[in-house]
Design a protein around this ligand. Structure first.
Ligand code: PNS
Length: 167
């Protein structure tokens, strides 16, 4: 029986820290669904769900069917059950992530005990990378190469030019 894991997040945009977690997950699970969560009523994201899915798909083009990119709204646990996934993957960086992750895990466990959350530590070169920070760096004209997949760099730079604060 194949094990399907859901790796949920905002992915606005996907970073190399996320890529690292997916690659680690592929060593443990047969298939990873990278699931872009969105809230149709409250969304301040830079990229639409479809744009985020397209960037993820391109990033993992060579993995073929083992990595699937998708978008969902509503409860994560309902999405995981609907996809036949028994595991939710979350990445951990610094200790600061712990409290937020702990609360979400406990709530998801309360809602659907049969879906287990498993944490993966990112590689140390990604400890400081987050979508929020790369957007801030890009919007201030900083170099984001190496922090996000190569295919995402021009898209982020283009979007950052729209959001760049005027001097
Ligand atoms: O990348 P993020 O923003 O840290 O991911 C947070 C995410 C998407 C995993 C979380 O907000 C989520 O699960 N959203 C779906 C809605 C839901 O199920 N909420 C209850 C979770 S306790």
């Amino acid at each position: 029986m194949s094990t399907i894991a859901v790796y949920p997040g905002s992915f606005d945009p996907i970073t190399n820290g996320h890529v690292d977690i997916v690659r680690r997950s592929l060593q443990v699970f047969d298939k990873v669904i990278v699931a872009v969560a969105y809230n149709p009523n409250k969304d301040s994201s830079w990229f639409t769900p479809a744009e985020r899915v397209a960037m993820i798909r391109e990033t993992f083009r060579e993995e073929k069917a083992r990595v699937v990119a998708d978008a969902f709204s509503g409860l994560l646990v309902d999405y995981a059950v609907a996809k036949g996934a028994s595991v939710i993957i979350r990445g951990l960086r610094a200790v600061a992530d712990f409290e937020y992750e702990f609360q979400m895990t406990m709530m998801n466990r309360h809602l659907t005990p049969q879906v287990e959350t498993i944490f993966m530590m990112t590689g140390e070169s990604h400890f400081y990378t987050s979508s929020r920070l790369v957007k801030e760096v890009a919007s201030l004209g900083g170099n984001v190469a190496g922090l996000i997949p190569d295919n995402v760099v021009p898209l982020l730079v283009e979007r950052a030019n729209r959001f760049r604060p005027s001097a």
